[in-house]
Design a protein around this ligand. Sequence first.
Ligand code: X5A
Ligand code: ZN
Length: 717
Amino acid sequence: MGTALVYHEDMTVARLLWDDPECEMECPERLTVALEQLQRRGLEQRCLRLAAREASEAELGLVHSPEYVAMVRGTQSLGKGELQALSGQYDTVYFHPVGAPQPAFTKLHTPCSMPLPSTGSFGTPTPQSTFHCARLAAGATLQLVDAVLTGAAHNGLALVRPPGHHSQRTAANGFCVFNNVAIAAEYAKQKHGLHRILIVDWDVHHGQGTQYIFEDDPSVLYFSWHRYEHGRFWPYLRESDADEVGRGHGRGFTVNLPWNQVGMGNADYVAAFLHVLLPLAFEFDPELVLISAGFDSVIGDPEGQMRVTPECFAHLTQLLLVLARGRVCAVLEGGYHLELLAESVCMTVQALLGDPAPPLLGAMVPCGSALESIQRVRAAQAPHWTSLQHQDMAPVLSPSIGSPEARPPPPPPAGAEYMVAAAAEAVEALRALLDQLRLRPLPPVRTAIALTSTDAALVLPPGVLHQEGSAPREETEAWARPHEALVRNEALTALGKVLNLMDGILGGQVSSGIAATPALATAATLDVAIRRGLYLGAQRLLCVAVGQLQRPPHLSDDGRILWLDIGGPEAAALSMFHISVPLPGATGGLLNCVLGLVLPLAYGFQPDVVLVALGPAPGLHDSHSALLASMLRGPAGGRVLALVQESKPQLTGALARALHGEAPPSLGPCSAASPEDTQALKHLREQLEPKWRMLQVAVTSPGSLQSAEGEQFAPQN
Ligand code: X5A
Ligand code: ZN
């Protein structure tokens, strides 16, 4: 079990053979640089490597018409001139002939060069055409789905080209020949009997091909964000806007989040996941998640012109891994800046492997245009999704898009030279940030657990280490001093281990830890852990206290500690850094609380470390605690310390697996939030939104955008 990586070097053969500035970016090096970087980082070696097979004609027929498949097959008998003419019949597509001269570029030795299966009804294998490559791309995706659905792998990535998401039933489009992800979704339904599949299209372009294929199908939830600019960006479609929600039985199962400006960054993307995709995804409860994983939204990409940094893809992946019991298949789509494509692919694979994601750097404040888009899609989808109902306070803005006829004609494509220059500039700006990330290597130990003698028999998940070390006794006593709850020998022993764990986490030896404490010592231990964290130099510390844990009275309110009490007596923001919310009763209420409050605050605060403490009466199901713990790995770069009471082996085991990167158990179909819980959350968010901008799901008022800038407490990185 683990992460599958599906690839075949034959997919590097197809390339553009004539002059076409719009098509030349879709080049073979996209695959080779990505694979090379995976190898250099030692990530490829950690994956279960699978050689891609070709999809059969029947498999292509799950989505495409027989005539279209025959047309693509027919390209094998055409010469270069005829192919160029044929390519011109489609929008931004090129076909590669059979037997064209191999370009001179360094071939990688890949582990995937096993012989191809014979091609059955397709006759003699013709291993150099677009047809062959495109069948491998679809086949690779199917193999990945097979591996994940048979349990041979937990999750995986298919490194493929040509990409797929623009391809339609009877048409190639936007470099795409066969719709790899759509074929895989249909295959998962028919061959594996699945009923609910989520497709997350994070490529910067709208996967209109995928949208058309599933627009009336309620068994496939299709989510896409895309550069749109009010319809002025390719593919210039009215149906890419937020008000397209699907048709017939499929209404509510197409979710479009159009970006009307370029330059969207990490805060915008994380906000879109927390406030749009994830609430719907949990309510949908998918059995499988397919990612149309294009990386053309990364900073420096000439197509996207966005500002997302590569590590954001680790966060997006992690956020999706809590769905469908972690059955996540990522399939390459676009991505045209070679270096940043490779970096982003590495980040995605790292997250799939369960490594903690590097912290997101830079201000976590979504921009006004992103909020406007988020608001519009929430309004369009609210009739179809319980989780969006009764939540928003701001009135819905009137649509800003005119009819497609009224929009100005598309500008001429930017010259390749200009794009290269712009990309180079953006990458330079990013380099300092990337270097900063590399200075903080992954800790050698991913998860350590400190148990008391009561729990010594607990069977640990594989890979989780027992932590026996302790701070010296005298030192521990000195730290414990004000607390009566810590005078007992057992409590002191446990505290010594907690201090040692905290040192390990902030010192970079351990990523996350779990510590058991004797009953009634949890609150005092938490207090000491906080003080120790500050003493060790933590600038910002997030404390999530669940279930009757008193906030230590002397705790400073200077912005270094954000105290979040889940299960407090009432919804109250006593200050910007002291927030209390009652424990939601239903699963739906808990999800609203986690996605709509806890995670936006956590991502906005950018803590150095997260402390999660489960008090005497946590009132949460173990599966809910596990979900909370695994989602709180994101904001602090994986640095989480969880405190639990001893003698709760189920809970302790669930937390250990979650912090170690295992997918939390599925929550199943979720019950709707109670009106009281929804009210409480709304009340809190109203109070906190002006300060904590990641909470916003709407532009407050048209004029307030500029003046609000810079008001948020700004973390010093
Ligand atoms: C897969 C993908 C982009 C096509 C751009 C056409 N296609 N201007 O990223
Ligand atoms: Zn794209």
